[in-house]
Design a protein around this ligand. Structure first.
Ligand SMILES: Cc1cc2nc3c(=O)[nH]c(=O)nc-3n(C[C@H](O)[C@H](O)[C@H](O)COP(=O)(O)O)c2cc1C
Length: 136
């Protein structure tokens, strides 16, 4: 059984854009090395992340993420088991969303979401739409 975690959080205001990019890059590498799929977006002070992977691996990772002082106000949206053999081999790309937002990126986010487990796609789309509102 795969597990999925989705949350939003607020960036630590002391963080520079370079440090944010570093966190995104680290996440991308570690997750790809450990068979975790999903997306991590940064937009105007907030993070939005969806993670899919082995249950224990993800729970342990989420403990580390929650303890990370680079962000706070972590609001879990869902944490649940998902029936997910279909996307077992999918390697997610992580996309940062910032002031230099470009229209074509939006298509990429939705392409990524369509690769997530079908049972969580609609809620992720809904949240993502709200998350990106005002940028479009
Ligand atoms: C918004 C945010 C998202 C993160 N997402 C991940 C992630 O998906 N995978 C990961 O390995 N680390 C992620 N990290 C980094 C972890 O919080 C943590 O620094 C990392 O797992 C290393 O753990 P350690 O500092 O206890 O060694 C994220 C950090 C932040 C601020």
């Amino acid at each position: 059984m795969r597990y999925a975690i989705c949350y939003v959080s607020t960036v630590n205001p002391a963080l520079s854009e370079t440090e944010i990019q570093k966190a995104l890059e680290f996440s991308k590498n570690w997750n790809n090395d450990n068979g975790i799929t999903g997306i991590l977006l940064y937009s105007e002070g907030n993070f939005f992340q969806v993670l899919e992977g082995g249950e224990q691996l993800l729970k342990d990772l989420f403990c580390r993420i929650k303890a990370d002082e680079r962000h706070n106000n972590i609001i879990p949206i869902f944490q649940k088991q998902i029936p997910g053999t279909k996307f077992e081999t999918y390697e997610a790309d992580f996309i940062s969303l910032d002031d230099r937002y470009k229209d074509e990126h939006f298509d990429i986010y939705f392409a990524h979401i369509s690769l997530l487990d079908p049972s969580i796609q609609s809620s992720v789309k809904y949240i993502l739409n709200n998350f990106t509102e005002g940028i479009n």
